[in-house]
Design a protein around this ligand. Structure first.
Ligand code: FAD
Ligand code: NAI
Length: 498
C-alpha cells in the first residue's frame, strides 16, 4: 500500500511539475515561411476570434503547415461558463482568462496575432479588412478563413436596452455589473428605510430565463445571502433579485423535472421569478413589461429597477451580418442573425471559393445550439479538416512537379484517400447549470443510448469538477480552485475597487 501511495504521489507531483514547466516555457517555434519543405507554397490561414471555436482550431491545427494569423479585439480567451460567477467575486476575472499570446506561443509553428477587429470580408478577392486598436485598417489575404467571431447580446430592438442595461458576455460587462451593484448598495445605505428611491436602487432585475440569466440570478442571491447580509445587515435585507422571463418556463433546454427543481430553489432562496413577462421597453429607472395572465389576458406592469442585467440570447455581429448579406443567403430564410453553414463540413454556404469556414455562435444552425461545447467540438473537427486540406494542397503541388506517370498515380490515390472527409458529428454530453445555494442541475447524456438528470449539492460538486476539467490550462484550473477555496473561507469581497 505504501509503495502504491508513493508511486501515485510521485506521478501526481511529476504531472504538476511538468504542466507548470510546459505552460510557462514555450518551446522553439518553426518560423513562418513562403513554402513547405517540399517546395509547395504555404497557405495563409486567418482565424477570426479568440473564443471557444477559434482557440480550439488553434490548438489542434498543424501550425507548421500554414502561415497562421489570429485576429481578435480581445487578446485573451474567456472561459464563459464561469462568467456569471465573476461580478459577485466568487471567482476573479483574471482566473477565467487565458492570454492568446501564451496559447499562440505554445503552437509548433509561429502564429501571428493582431489585436484588431475584422470589419469586412471580401470572399471574391479572399481578403479580410481588419481595424486595429489604433484605428488603422489593413487588408489580410487568406487562403482559408476561419470565421469564429461569436455573437453579441440580442436586444430584439427593444427600446432603451442598449442605453440602460448591462450585459453578461465579456469581461468589461462583468466589471460594469459589479460596479453598478455595489454603487447602488452604498447609495441605498445612505437613504432612509422608507424612501422609494432606496427600494428602487436595491431592486436588481435579470431579464432572460436562459442559463445565463438563471446562473447569474443564483450567484447574485448567494452574494446577498452569504456575504452582503453580513457586511450591510440593514441594507442587504431589502435587496430584491428578480428574474424576468417571457415564456411560461425558464431553462427550456432542460428536463421538466430540473426546471421545477430550479424554480423550487428560487422560491426557497427568495428570487422573485416573473414568468410570462415580456419586457417591452426600458428607461433609466423603469422596465415596462407585458404580463400574460393565466386566463390569457395581457396587462402592462412597470417595474422600477436599480440594476438591470440583460441576458436574452445571441444576435449577429456587424461583420457577420455584412458577410451574410454579401453571400445573400440569410435574407432568404433568417433575419440578420448569422452565417448559414453546411453542417457536415462547416463551410459557409454561398462562398464560391469554398475557403471560408464558420464555427460557434456566429453560425445559424438548426442542429447545434450556440454553446461552448459545440464551438469547441466544431473547432477540433475543423482543425483536422484543415490539416487534411493542407496535405491535399501540398500533394496537388507535387503533382504539377512530376511527369512520371507512376508517381502521378500514386499522388492521385493519396489525394483521393485524403479527400474522403468524414462529416462533423456533434457529440452532446449534456448541459449543466448552477442554480444557487450550492446546488446545480445536470442533464447528462452518453451518445444516444443513455441519459441522466441530476440535481442538488452532489451535482454542484460534479458541476465544479466539470468546470475545472473544461479549463483551458493548468494555471487557470489552479486559480479557479483557489478562488473557490478563498470564497468558502473568507467570503466574497464587497469592495468596489475595480
Ligand atoms: P466566443 O467564445 O464568444 O468568441 C468570439 C471571439 O471573437 C472573441 O474572442 C471576440 O473577441 C472575437 N471577436 C468579436 N468580434 C470580432 C471581430 N469583428 N473580428 C475578430 N474577432 C472578433 N456554453 C456552454 O456550453 N456551457 C456553459 O456553461 C456556458 N456558459 C456560458 C455563460 C455565459 C455568461 C455566456 C455568455 C455564454 C455561455 N456559454 C456556455 C455559451 C458559450 O460561451 C458560447 O457558445 C461560446 O463562447 C461560443 O464560442 P465562439 O467561439 O463562437 O464565440
Ligand atoms: P437563451 O437564448 O438561452 O435564453 C434567453 C431567454 O430570454 C429565453 O428564455 C427567452 O424567452 C427570454 N427572453 C427573450 N426576450 C425576452 C424579453 N423581452 N423579456 C423577457 N424574456 C425574454 O440565452 P442565454 O441564457 O444568454 O444563453 C445563450 C446560449 O448560451 C444558449 O445556447 C445557452 O445554452 C448557452 N449557455 C449555456 C450555459 C450552460 O450550459 N450552463 C450557461 C449560459 C449560456
Amino acid at each position: 500500500l505504501w509503495r502504491a501511495t508513493w508511486i501515485t504521489a510521485l506521478a501526481a507531483t511529476s504531472y504538476v511539475a511538468y504542466s507548470i514547466y510546459e505552460e510557462s516555457n514555450p518551446s522553439k517555434q518553426q518560423p513562418q515561411s513562403a513554402a513547405l519543405p517540399n517546395g509547395a507554397p504555404k497557405k495563409n490561414l486567418v482565424i477570426l476570434g479568440s473564443g471557444w471555436g477559434a482557440v480550439s482550431v488553434l490548438k489542434d491545427v498543424d501550425t507548421t503547415q500554414f502561415n497562421v494569423v489570429v485576429v481578435s479585439p480581445r487578446n485573451y480567451f474567456l472561459f464563459t461558463p464561469l462568467l456569471p460567477s465573476a461580478p459577485t467575486g466568487t471567482v476573479s476575472l483574471k482566473s477565467i482568462v487565458e492570454p492568446i499570446r501564451s496559447i499562440a506561443r505554445r503552437c509548433a509553428g509561429e502564429v501571428l496575432y493582431f489585436e484588431a477587429e475584422a470589419t469586412d470580408v471580401d470572399p471574391v478577392k479572399k481578403t479580410v479588412t481588419i481595424k486595429g486598436t489604433n484605428a488603422v485598417s489593413q487588408d489580410l489575404n487568406y487562403d482559408y478563413l476561419v470565421f469564429a467571431v461569436g455573437a453579441k447580446p440580442n436586444t430584439f430592438g427593444i427600446p432603451g436596452v442598449y442605453e440602460n442595461a448591462c450585459f453578461l458576455k465579456e469581461i468589461p460587462d462583468a466589471e460594469q455589473v459589479r460596479n453598478r451593484l455595489l454603487n447602488n448598495i452604498e447609495k441605498a445605505a445612505n437613504l432612509p428605510k422608507d424612501d422609494p428611491e432606496r427600494k428602487r436602487l436595491l431592486n436588481f432585475v435579470v431579464v432572460g430565463g436562459g442559463p445565463t440569466g438563471v446562473e447569474f440570478a443564483a450567484e447574485l442571491q448567494d452574494f446577498v445571502d452569504q456575504d452582503l447580509k453580513k457586511w450591510y445587515p440593514k441594507t442587504a435585507v431589502d435587496i430584491k433579485v428578480s428574474l424576468v422571463e417571457a415564456m411560461p418556463n425558464i431553462l427550456n433546454m432542460f428536463n421538466k423535472k430540473l426546471i421545477q427543481y430550479t424554480q423550487d430553489v428560487f422560491a426557497e432562496t427568495k428570487i422573485d421569478l416573473k414568468l410570462q413577462t415580456a419586457v417591452k421597453k426600458v428607461d433609466s429607472k423603469v422596465i415596462t413589461a407585458q404580463i400574460k395572465e393565466a386566463d390569457g389576458t395581457v396587462r402592462t406592469e412597470e417595474i422600477p429597477y436599480g440594476v438591470l442585467v440583460w441576458a436574452t440570447g445571441n444576435g449577429g455581429r456587424d461583420v457577420t451580418i455584412k458577410l451574410a448579406n454579401k453571400l445573400d443567403l440569410t435574407k432568404q430564410t433568417f433575419a440578420n442573425r448569422g452565417l448559414l453553414i453546411d453542417e457536415q463540413y462547416l463551410k459557409v454556404l454561398g462562398d464560391a471559393s469554398d475557403s471560408i469556414f464558420a464555427i460557434g455562435d456566429c453560425t445559424l444552425s438548426r442542429k447545434f445550439p450556440p454553446t461552448a461545447q459545440v464551438a469547441h467540438q466544431e473547432g477540433e473537427y475543423l482543425a483536422t479538416l484543415l490539416n487534411n486540406l493542407s496535405k491535399i494542397d501540398s500533394l496537388k503541388w507535387e503533382l504539377t512537379q512530376t511527369e512520371n506517370a507512376e508517381a502521378k498515380a500514386n499522388i492521385l490515390s493519396k489525394i483521393d484517400r485524403l479527400s474522403n472527409f468524414q462529416p462533423f458529428v456533434y457529440n452532446h454530453q449534456g448541459a449543466l447549470a448552477y442554480v444557487g445555494s450550492d446546488r446545480a442541475i445536470a442533464d447528462l447524456s452518453w451518445g444516444n443510448w443513455s441519459k441522466m438528470s441530476l440535481s442538488g449539492s452532489f451535482t454542484f460538486l460534479f458541476w465544479k469538477s466539470a468546470m475545472l476539467n473544461m479549463g483551458l490550462s493548468f494555471r487557470s484550473r489552479c486559480l479557479v480552485a483557489l478562488d473557490w477555496f478563498k470564497t468558502s473561507v473568507f467570503g466574497r469581497d464587497a469592495s468596489n475597487n475595480n
